[in-house]
Write a protein that binds this ligand. Structure first.
Ligand SMILES: Cc1ncc(COP(=O)(O)O)c(C=O)c1O
Length: 472
């Protein structure tokens, strides 16, 4: 008997308690042939259409709403003046960075664990995560009085390990090992097969997806109606699948835009390939959404929605745009977003995501940002804004060459931020790596012209150049 079939027989106590007062539908439960609606004692109370191949429906998200609301904060939905003015649209931010674990991840983890039967819960839980999912599992395990072993890659920052330990208290055991998330995940599955514990996946499970989908219903209720566009970050696809399943059924005129980091566009790759594929490499900058392979369940939801005419639009944003948005959120709006948390708001700068006059909700999905990373974020944002540039400059090795460069090439508002030079005695020229911050992006043309007229030879490093990774 599979665990989902077993769960059709019993309504978990926590749901029963949470839904007290609702007489009719308790929750929908899936099995291989579709889903059934059960009453409080677990008896089917009516035939429902069979939706083969759709692992999560709007009914599942609605069923998750009451139990999830017991632990998850109803986070603020705020109109954002900066983004509204920049786009000409009415933009609201759904502030899941203010969630009790500083990301929406608690919703899915809690929902899945709450639906386990008492035996399954007694055997304990295992999870693998480098951060936010672990915090959700830790909080949920403690709230539901069960225990979890959480496998973390060695690269998990101390601050995140401490947060997970604090949230889970005695209910959580952290096991640190392996260099990558994949290694931690393999260890978690090995543990589960040895001990009989239940794995709580970060995104690839129908109950996790349904729990994440509650963000959509909550935002629509808070706004008093659905917006024209909902913009959602995409990693493994759990959040977008849950939100899209609910919105497509309840508010079919709302467009849904999924936003992936340009260096980890695994959902776009899945769509192109007709199913999830494993990317050879992902750029780890947007760590929360740097997923090599999207979930089978999340992909199945999006594929089915596309089939019935509710395709989620997918876009990507590069690390520079994410960094610019993180800084704007911080400096203008006072919002601390981690890179994945800023993905959706960053995408509003792209053409065609939201049109002037439309209304949009963008999910700020998380705020677990390590403050030491802001230096890198500032650097990437300056490069992206076009005010910071790097050149490899060949200086003639003669007295006064540097002085002439400063006097004749640099403009009055240009500032040298990096200068690496080693004098060579056996050559006529000496190479230097020079970083220059301009007073404004428009000053670049003048600087390039003066460089061309000068005796130095200079090669501008493009942000796409592999050498660039040593600078930012
Ligand atoms: C802050 C944040 N945003 C977005 C995502 C991506 O979510 P999903 O894997 O559900 O697509 C994650 C995943 O951990 C996250 O932590």
């Amino acid at each position: 008997m599979t665990s989902s079939q077993r769960r059709d027989l019993a309504v978990p106590a926590v749901l029963d308690e949470a839904l007290t007062g609702l007489d009719a539908i308790l929750t929908s439960h899936r099995d291989r042939g579709g889903f059934r609606v059960l009453d409080r004692r677990g008896r089917p109370i009516g035939a429902r259409p069979t939706l083969v191949g759709v692992p999560v429906t709007a009914d599942d998200v609605d069923a998750a709403y009451a139990p999830v609301s017991r632990v998850a904060l109803r986070t603020a939905l705020e109109r954002n003046t900066r983004l509204s003015e920049a786009t000409g649209a009415q933009v609201w931010l759904k502030r899941e960075d203010l969630q009790v674990v500083r990301s929406y991840k608690l919703r899915g983890a809690f929902h899945m664990i709450a639906r386990l039967d008492p035996d399954e819960r007694a055997r304990g839980l295992v999870a693998a995560s480098a951060g936010n999912h672990a915090q959700g599992v830790a909080y949920a395990a403690r709230a539901l009085g069960t225990t979890a072993r959480i496998y973390l890659p060695r690269t998990t920052p101390r601050q995140k390990r401490d947060r997970i330990a604090t949230l889970g208290g005695p209910h959580v055991q952290l096991i640190v090992g392996g260099e990558t998330y994949d290694a931690a995940s393999a260890a978690a599955y090995e543990d589960a097969s040895r001990t009989g514990a239940t794995v709580v996946p970060a995104f690839d499970h129908p109950d996790v997806i349904a729990g994440q989908g509650t963000v959509a219903r909550e935002a629509v209720e808070q706004r008093g109606g659905a917006p024209d566009v909902v913009v959602v970050p995409v990693g493994g696809g759990g959040l977008v699948a849950g939100m899209a399943a609910w919105l497509a059924a309840r508010h079919p005129h709302t467009r849904i835009v999924g936003v992936e980091p340009s260096g980890a566009a695994s959902m776009a790759a899945a769509v192109v390939s007709g199913g999830p594929v494993t990317l050879d490499e992902v750029d780890a900058f947007v760590d929360g959404a740097a997923v090599r392979r999207v979930g089978d369940h999340s992909y199945a939801v999006l594929a089915e929605l596309a089939r019935i005419g509710h395709a989620v639009e997918l876009v990507t944003v590069d690390p520079g745009m994410v960094s610019e948005e993180m800084l704007a959120l911080f400096e203008v709006d006072g919002v601390i977003a981690e890179p994945a948390g800023a993905l959706a708001a960053a995408a509003l700068r792209l053409p065609d995501v939201v049109a002037a006059g439309e209304s949009a909700v963008a999910v700020v999905s998380g705020g677990n940002h390590d403050v030491s990373r802001y230096a890198e974020v500032i650097e990437r944002a300056l490069v992206s804004r076009g005010v910071k540039h790097y050149w490899l400059v060949e200086f003639p090795q003669e007295p006064g060459a540097l002085r002439r460069f400063l006097d004749e090439v640099l403009g009055p508002d240009d500032d040298i931020t990096l200068f690496e030079y080693v004098k060579r005695h056996n050559r006529e020229t000496g190479p230097a790596l020079v970083g220059i911050e301009l007073g404004s992006p428009d000053a670049l043309g003048g600087l390039v012209g003066r460089l061309e007229d000068s005796p130095v030879r200079a090669k501008k490093l493009s942000p796409d150049d592999p050498a660039f990774q040593f600078l930012v």
